[in-house]
Structures are given as structure tokens and as C-alpha cells.
Write a protein that binds this ligand. Structure first.
Ligand code: ADP
Ligand code: MG
Length: 640
């Protein structure tokens, strides 16, 4: 193995994402289907070499022998032919016809779908209307009609089954190609001078291949059944040739006298088609990127919480909300990503606490853990407490949590376009938010929604309540999300970078508004940001986060004037200042440590110019500096 492939394998392992085969085998039903189908296929492949009688050799003296007779393990049929031999050879025929029909249908259907989707316009019109005509007939009837025209026979049954299945492939493939044809990578290929054929083959086809494979794996079982159906009716395999359908058809007349002649081929069809379908469903789940990304994992409605984090709050808690030693991790494959490593902080009533740190430092995961919003799996709250009014939120019932979320504890997300529902008017969404918590009538709630929109300074609120999110600008949308968060008079607002997606002037307006509303309603605010300028504007106290730990906590003015942790000093130095004479901005060299592989000692040591041996040896504690300030650095006291 070259180093490059070794690295790639390692990376793959590290990323914790299983390959399609591993995903397939993890699905027990699909694994079962694979084993059964594997056995069936193996048996029919070696059939010519097995010591079996000729499947067509008749022996009238041995007619209708029962199962387990001497020399005839599964007995014989009405002409004295060995059933075991006939069924194995028949299964070979059925499988071959089903698979060939699938390949034919997939090839023609995919080509039609690719052309129709890619060229659109008239090509699409002609091809897809043709497909519509095929689909206008009940397809088994259409298959019968085609065989009736071509004449009975196995090959003609194959054609008929393939033709009636072409529309499934054509429509599925066209649907995907239509969404791909205007994507940037296709435009880029066009700009690079590639012709249509090359684009179709190298850009579009690889992207629809999974769809084709999925459709094949889910239709092949059907096609085997349909071929068997035609043979059963006498339109497929003609004697002496036999497939499972025709054996079943012949046995049907003997169902009273010799039931095994019909039951055994019936059972084989059942087992074969079921194993193919189980496997097909597994293949679909493993190949569909949306399912692979975790849709199959069924994220729970709240984050999974380890038992030790559910213990009830004891004694008097500090402030309105107190977070104690919170540990949230993501368990992906073999790896544990420790995103939040024991922050302890509290928020007083009416206070604004800023949580600041670089991207990836664990701010969002901390905030989402408070309300159980981290997706599980893979997220787990391993230990800690989140006490709100002497109640540990991590341990409350689902009902109580639902009552708190959006009620006393409200959340404002970073990107208002992705948090507002695109298909409902903003007024309706506000109404819904209120009616989830109060028994208002629709009218009442609507009037309140309008008042809320006026409160967040949206002009002409009564009309604006009737528009959809996409009809508002970014700043307006964020005002709507703020109005939604304020709808049920929260005690605590958690705002996760609510202004990062906005431009600077709008950001200033929103911050001012948020702060004003908070004071009017006397709510606490937990404000997450990566910008010290914003913290200086609206926060009372600030907690600096790095690699999931708090590295410094204190009143904003003091921390700004006299930062104690080298990371805080660097963050403050990063804030652009228009008045600065020389324009050079300082940056923090290096990157935060990987949360799946955290260092033992100070997590900032690798990027710190003051780091010494002692910093790396053992964990550094968050030490109190004054009664208001704490820092996690052995040199912190020097700043006092
Ligand atoms: P930020 O401070 O920018 O808000 P986050 O709290 O979103 O950072 O992320 C903290 C760490 O947790 C990051 O290293 C991120 O890669 C990791 N993380 C976040 N969500 C997931 C997830 N669903 N699966 C795995 N790791 C995650
Ligand atoms: Mg974030």
C-alpha cells in the first residue's frame, strides 16, 4: 500500500463514516437477504455439475412421488420428472430472465431519462410523452398485450417485462438529471469546452449511477415475479423449457392430489424475491446519500443524556441559569469528538453573558446542549448539569422540556433563512409559535404577532405579517426570528451568532434592538459571537471559549482592558480598528486542536508564544483571579 492510500484509508477510518458495504451489512435484514440470495445463486451456478437427473427425463412409472422419495429428494411431477432438478434449472432460467430484463430496462430507461433531462425542451417533450403513453396502461396488461403480439415464449416475455419497466428508470433518472443540468459543476464543464456527450458521460452519469443502481435493486425482484406470472399463464417459458412460473403453473392442477408439485416452486419464488427485495432495500439505504448522512439513524427529539447528567439540582443554584461542568461529545464510529469539555458558568437575571471563541470552539454545541438540541446520534451529553430555577433541564421530562423550549427559554439561530419555514407567511409562523404555548384563538394570536413585528421595528407590520420569508431582506428576517423568540416572553434568550450573516450596519441595528428588547422585558441574554467588538457593545460579562473549555471569564470592561489569557489577548488584537494607523491586522497562527484528539495540558499551548514545558504536562485549571474574574493560564496573575 502506498503512503497516499494508507493515509486515505486512515482518513476514512478517522472520519468514522462507514463505506457502503459496511453500511449494508450493518442492516441485518439486508445481510440476511444477501446470504440467502448468495446461497441460491451459488446453488444454481453449480447445478450443471451436480449429480442430478435430467430435468426433462420423464418416467411414467415414477409419477407424483412424494417428497423425500428414494432418488428424488423433492419427489416427482405428473410426468415423473425429478422436481429438485427441475426447480434448480427453473430457478436458473427465472434469475437469468429477471436480471437480463432488468439490465435491458435500466439501459434503455436511463438513456431516455438522461437525454430527456439533459436536453429538456422538445427532446424532453417527445421522449417523456412516449413514456407517459407506456404508463397510461396498467403494466401487467401491457405486458400481456406485448406478448400477445409477439407470441408466447420466454424471450418475448423478457422483452415485454423489460419494456413495461422502462418508464420507472426513465422517470427516476430524468428527475435527477433535471436538478443536475444547471448545477455549477456542469456549467464549469461546459466552460472548459467539453461537448454534450462528454458532459453527459463524465459529469452527469456518475451522479445518477447510484439512482440507477437503486432502481435496479428494487425492481429486479418485481421483474422475476412478473416473468414468473407470464409463464404461469402459459405465455412465457414453453415446454420442455421451464422456469419457476411455468413449473408452478403446471403444478396448480395437482394442488389437491400432490400439493408439493405447486408448493415447492411457490416457496422458492417467495424466498428468491424476498431475499432480493431485502437486499435491494439495503442497497438503497446504503447508497442514498441522504440516508447515509444519518436520516436512517432517526435523530431523537432531544439529545441523549447519560444518567449521571440527569441528577436533580441540589442546594441553591447561582443566577437564573447555571451550567456546571458540561460535557458534550459526538460518538462517531470508534472516535469520540469532545466538543464541550466542562464549561461552568451562570447567568444572572437580566444579565447579558457573552460567549466568545473562534469557529469550532464549541460555542454552538454548548448552547444547543442547554435545550437538548444537539442531534443524537451522534451527540451525547456525558456529564454535567444545566440548572434553571433549581431544576436540572438535562433530567426533566420531554413534556417539561417542550414547555421550556420556545417558552421561558428561547433561541435565536444564526441563519434566519434556514430557520424560518419557506412555505408559511411570517405571521403564521409567529402565530404557531404562540399557540404552541398559549390557548390563544387564531385572531388573537395574529394581532399579537403584528404587535411583535412592530416591537422589532418592522414598518407596516400588519401588511408585512402576510409575506413569506424569501420576500424579506436578511435583516428583516432576523428581526422576525427575534420576534419569534420573544413571542412567549422568555426569561432567557440564547442567541447563537444572530448577526454573523448580516452586514455591519444591519448588525448594529439588530444588536441595539436586541439589547433594548431584553431590557424592556427584563430577560437574560446569552450571546454567542466570535467578535469582541460585539461583546463590548452589549454584554455585561464575557466567557472566552477554546476547544470546548472556558479559558477566561470576567466583566467585559475588565477583560477588554486587561485580558489575562493569551488567547483572549489574541482575540482582542484581531478586532479591526478603523482608527489604527498602520493597517496590518494580527491573526492567531495555527488552528484549534482536533476535538477527537485533544492535548493533555493547555489546549492553546501549540499556538501560544509564552508556552513552556509545564503548560503541556498536565491540565491547567481555571483559577480565580479576583472574585469576578477567572483564567486558565499559569501566567494569568501577571496581568493583575
Ligand atoms: P462553534 O464554536 O463554531 O459554534 P461548534 O460548537 O459548532 O463550534 O462545534 C464544536 C466542535 O464540535 C467542532 O469541532 C465541530 O467539528 C464539532 N461538531 C459539531 N457538530 C458536530 C456533529 N454533528 N458531529 C460531529 N462533530 C460535530
Ligand atoms: Mg457556531
Amino acid at each position: 500500500m502506498t503512503t497516499a492510500t494508507a493515509n486515505a484509508t486512515q482518513l476514512k477510518k478517522r472520519s468514522g463514516r462507514a463505506g457502503p458495504l459496511a453500511l449494508l451489512l450493518r442492516n441485518h435484514l439486508a445481510g440476511f437477504g444477501l446470504v440467502v440470495l448468495g446461497l441460491v445463486v451459488l446453488t444454481v451456478l453449480v447445478t450443471p455439475w451436480l449429480p442430478l437427473p435430467d430435468p426433462n427425463a420423464t418416467a411414467l412409472s415414477d409419477r407424483l412421488l412424494p417428497v423425500f422419495s428414494d432418488g428424488h429428494f423433492l419427489g416427482t411431477d405428473q410426468l415423473g420428472r425429478d422436481l429438485l432438478s427441475r426447480i434448480l434449472w427453473g430457478t436458473r432460467v427465472s434469475l437469468a430472465v429477471g436480471i437480463t430484463a432488468t439490465l435491458v430496462a435500466a439501459t434503455f430507461g436511463s438513456v431516455i431519462g438522461l437525454l430527456a433531462g439533459y436536453f429538456a425542451g422538445r427532446v424532453d417533450g417527445v421522449l417523456m410523452r412516449g413514456i407517459d403513453m407506456l404508463m397510461a396502461f396498467p403494466y401487467i396488461l401491457l405486458a400481456l398485450a406485448i406478448v400477445a403480439v409477439l407470441g408466447p415464449g420466454l424471450l418475448n416475455a423478457l422483452y415485454a417485462i423489460a419494456i413495461v419497466n422502462i418508464p420507472f428508470f426513465a422517470r427516476n433518472v430524468r428527475g435527477v438529471v433535471v436538478t443536475l443540468r444547471n448545477r455549477e459543476f456542469v456549467d464549469a464543464a461546459r466552460l472548459s469546452g467539453k461537448g454534450n456527450t462528454l458532459i453527459l458521460l463524465t459529469e452527469v452519469l456518475p451522479n445518477v449511477l447510484p439512482v440507477i443502481v437503486i432502481t435496479m435493486s428494487t425492481t429486479v425482484g418485481w421483474m422475476i415475479l412478473e416473468t414468473a406470472g407470464l409463464s404461469f399463464l402459459g405465455l412465457g417459458a414453453q415446454p420442455p423449457q421451464a422456469d419457476l412460473g411455468s413449473i408452478l403453473g403446471e403444478g396448480r392442477r395437482l394442488i389437491i392430489n400432490a400439493p408439493h408439485v405447486a408448493t415447492i416452486p411457490g416457496l422458492v419464488i417467495f424466498v428468491l424475491v424476498m431475499s432480493i427485495n431485502l437486499l435491494g432495500d439495503g442497497v438503497r439505504d446504503a447508497l442514498d446519500p441522504r440516508l447515509k448522512a444519518g436520516a436512517l439513524l432517526r435523530p431523537a427529539a432531544r439529545t441523549q443524556v447519560a444518567n449521571e447528567a440527569k441528577t436533580a439540582a441540589r442546594g441553591e443554584q447561582r443566577g437564573l441559569l447555571e451550567v456546571k461542568d458540561l460535557h458534550t461529545e459526538f460518538r462517531i464510529g470508534q472516535d469520540i469528538h469532545r466538543a464541550v469539555n466542562g464549561p461552568t458558568f451562570h447567568i444572572e437575571p437580566g444579565e447579558c453573558l457573552g460567549i466568545i471563541g473562534e469557529s469550532g470552539s464549541g460555542k454552538s454545541v454548548t448552547a444547543m446542549s442547554l435545550l437538548g438540541l444537539v442531534a443524537s446520534p451522534p451527540g451525547v451529553i456525558a456529564s454535567g448539569q444545566v440548572n434553571y430555577r433549581n431544576e436540572n433541564i438535562l433530567g426533566v421530562s420531554d413534556d417539561r422540556l417542550r414547555h421550556l423550549r420556545g417558552g421561558e427559554l428561547a433561541y435565536i439561530f444564526q441563519d434566519p433563512l434556514s430557520t424560518l419555514h419557506p412555505l408559511f407567511t411570517v405571521g403564521d409562523q409567529l402565530v404557531e409559535a404562540m399557540r404552541a404555548h398559549h390557548p390563544y384563538s387564531y385572531r388573537e394570536a395574529w394581532d399579537k404577532a403584528v404587535t411583535l413585528l412592530e416591537n422589532v421595528r418592522i414598518p407596516n407590520a400588519r401588511e408585512r405579517a402576510k409575506v413569506y420569508p424569501h420576500q424579506l431582506s436578511g435583516g428583516m428576517r432576523q428581526r422576525v426570528s427575534i420576534a419569534m423568540a420573544l413571542a412567549n416572553e422568555p426569561q432567557l434568550l440564547i442567541a447563537d451568532e444572530p448577526t454573523t450573516a448580516l452586514d455591519v450596519t444591519v448588525q448594529a441595528q439588530i444588536l441595539k434592538l436586541l439589547n433594548q428588547l431584553r431590557r424592556e422585558q427584563d430577560a437574560s441574554l446569552m450571546f454567542i459571537t466570535h467578535d469582541f467588538g460585539v461583546v463590548a457593545d452589549i454584554c455585561d460579562r464575557v466567557a472566552v471559549m477554546y476547544a470546548g473549555e472556558l479559558v477566561e471569564v470576567g466583566p467585559v470592561a475588565e477583560v477588554l482592558a486587561n485580558p489575562a489569557h493569551p488567547y483572549t489577548q489574541r482575540l482582542i488584537a484581531c478586532v479591526p480598528d478603523v482608527n489604527r494607523k498602520q493597517g496590518n491586522l494580527t491573526e492567531i497562527p495555527g488552528l484549534p486542536p482536533k476535538v477527537s484528539d485533544l492535548p493533555v495540558g493547555c489546549k492553546f499551548a501549540d499556538r501560544c508564544d509564552r508556552a513552556v514545558e509545564r503548560c503541556r504536562q498536565a491540565p491547567i485549571d481555571l483559577e480565580p483571579l479576583t472574585d469576578q474574574r477567572q483564567a486558565r493560564c499559569i501566567f494569568a496573575r501577571e496581568v493583575l
